[in-house]
Design a protein around this ligand. Structure first.
Ligand code: FES
Length: 127
């Protein structure tokens, strides 16, 4: 079986300089498994990372204060509801009541632009 590479495309999100190391996340909308959801992008140890903004404890967005997803130490992503913590590079659970990790969205940085990649279950909202 061959994969149709045209279904997985890179979508520009923001300028690389807009994504600040351990700073505010940049939100974006995605169509995930048939639902419109919010994703967020962060920069950690120089690399852009992105996840579905959906806690694995209860399907709630992580941030009460918009786009604040890092904890006070800047080491972990934290859910404001009950304190689940996630590893910023992998999205794996790092503590608290999470039941698994965050859903990862592939990112890259090309010529000063941060882009995210669609997947079979992850699309733009305007397709
Ligand atoms: S909803 Fe995220 S920790 Fe409970």
């Amino acid at each position: 079986m061959t994969m149709d590479a045209s279904t997985d495309i890179w979508i520009p999100l923001c300028n690389a300089t807009d994504l600040i190391e351990r700073g505010d996340a940049i939100p974006f909308d995605v169509h995930y498994a048939g639902q419109t959801c919010r994703g967020f992008a962060i920069r950690f140890e120089g690399q852009p990372q992105a996840y579905l903004n959906r806690c694995s404890h209860v399907a709630m967005e992580l941030d009460w204060q918009p786009n604040r997803v890092f904890d006070a130490s800047g080491q972990w992503l934290i859910c404001a509801s009950h304190g689940a913590e996630y590893q910023p590079v992998t999205g794996e659970c790092a503590g608290g009541p999470c039941k698994g990790g965050l859903v990862k969205i592939e990112m890259r940085e090309v010529r000063g632009v941060v882009e995210w990649q669609t997947a079979y279950n992850l699309k733009t909202v305007d397709f």
